[in-house]
Ligand binder design. Structure first.
Ligand SMILES: Cc1cc2nc3c(=O)[nH]c(=O)nc-3n(C[C@H](O)[C@H](O)[C@H](O)COP(=O)(O)OP(=O)(O)OC[C@H]3O[C@@H](n4cnc5c(N)ncnc54)[C@H](O)[C@@H]3O)c2cc1C
Length: 381
């Protein structure tokens, strides 16, 4: 395993860090407060390549590896976990196209999605969250077309997406074994994504309910083989979970850095609180956990695309560990600021609210443990 970053990786990391500092940090609190996604900035960032770092150059991406994706995502997550989620959701929705799309589909959709168009990954339903096999959205064959009916919920970028990657079952009798991903374009008759969720955190991201009411799509919009959807979804998560884990690392770093700065400046009992061992130990734990999570994330990202059989287990470890770590670190970082941490004058309360989603989306912390445990039981790790 090589832990040395290449010159290109370090350059991308610095570029993302500078960009986040200049464009994201100054507006993060405002959009969190307004509960609004900065659509123009997200589109601009997509067009500038932030969601297509690992998309092959022939389709408009930067053609870099998943380690670079994670380095970039950490910097965006440090800027604002909500805004980084909007960017990450675009990358997430592009994965099924890259994994299962035909050459024609890749050429049709990926360049657009590298160039400022937005996409949503629509898997979750009101009665099918962790349990993907309970999906009830259907796609019934009608001539060479399919008619999609169902409701997807908690869909990131849902309101603003130009393309929706939607998972539906093509044979209700055979259920999830016939799960199939389709591309649905914005403006399709019967598609409604107007209802936004009101959230605790990552409020600068858009989360919507997406309803499909007799939405007609041509058969050529199927990604991969009919019935191959479950596998496509799971392979997508193997790649996207380390990315989300790196977002959690970035968010934790922001909280840690704010706590260190405050601890140096805040005087109580005649000296900076950083001189109190209780504060030092909290900061030391934060530094240790962030570093551990980053190492796990980057070593997992390094396995992607190498044909590693137990990748699912490592991706789940990275996501599960980094998500839980972000919660612990942001709670302690807020504690270092005492009452000020609890006010909206400082960003710590936002970091703590944002951290909670890291244990929920892309598979909850419990589901990550299930994936790891299944790999243990099957002797893969
Ligand atoms: C802000 C936000 C953005 C999201 N973005 C997207 C998106 O873009 N696209 C998309 O498709 N989805 C998205 N999601 C959905 C997200 O992935 C789901 O919320 C998540 O997978 C959990 O599903 P659920 O909410 O239905 O919880 P449930 O599955 O109902 O789980 C409830 C609780 O039970 C636990 N649990 C469930 N089953 C088990 C089990 N077998 N063993 C142990 N514990 C279990 C869970 O861990 C959890 O604690 C998003 C969600 C949010 C909140």
């Amino acid at each position: 395993m090589n832990f040395e970053m290449t010159t290109e990786q370090l350059a991308m990391q610095k570029m993302a860090r500078d960009y986040a500092e200049k464009e994201i940090v100054p507006i993060a609190a405002e959009y969190d407060e307004k509960e609004e996604m900065p659509v123009d900035l997200i589109r601009k960032m997509v067009a500038e390549g932030f969601s297509s770092v690992s998309v092959p150059e022939e389709y408009g991406g930067a053609g870099m590896d998943e380690v670079t994706v994670c380095l970039v995502t950490e910097e965006l997550g440090r800027g604002c976990a909500g805004i980084a989620t909007g960017i990450g959701a675009n990358s997430l929705a592009m994965l099924p196209i890259q994994l299962a799309g035909t050459e024609e589909q890749k050429k049709k959709y990926l360049p657009d999605l590298c160039n400022g168009k937005l996409a949503s990954f629509c898997l979750t339903e009101p009665n099918a969250g962790s349990d993907v096999s309970s999906i009830s959205t259907t796609a019934s064959k009608d001539g060479s077309d399919y008619i999609i009916n169902g409701t997807k919920c908690f869909i990131t970028n849902g309101t603003y997406a130009d393309y929706y990657v939607v998972f539906a079952i093509v044979d209700p009798k055979r259920g999830a074994r016939t799960l199939t991903p389709f591309i649905v374009e914005k403006g399709a008759k019967g598609l409604d994504a107007s209802r936004k969720e009101k959230k605790m955190g990552i409020r600068a991201s858009n989360t919507a309910v997406v309803v499909f009411d007799n939405v007609r799509v041509p058969g050529e919009n199927i990604l991969g083989n009919p019935g191959g959807g479950f596998r496509v979804a799971m392979e997508t998560f193997d790649i996207s979970r380390p990315m989300i884990a790196s977002l959690a690392v970035g968010l934790s770093r922001a909280a840690y850095e704010a706590a260190v700065k405050y601890a140096r400046e805040r005087i109580q009992f005649g000296k900076p609180i950083i001189q109190q061992q209780a504060i030092q130990f909290m900061l030391a734990d934060m530094a240790m956990e962030i570093e551990a999570a980053r190492s796990l994330v980057l070593s997992t990202a390094g396995k992607i695309g190498k044909g590693v059989k137990n990748l699912s287990a490592y991706s789940a470890m990275a996501k599960g560990y980094a998500g839980d770590m972000a919660m612990r670190v942001t709670v302690d970082a807020l504690q270092v600021l005492g009452g000020y941490g609890y006010t909206r004058e400082y960003p710590l309360e936002k970091y703590m609210r944002d951290a909670k989603i890291m244990q929920i989306y892309e598979g909850t912390s419990q589901i990550q443990r299930l994936v790891i445990a299944n790999n243990i039981i099957n002797g893969r790790i």
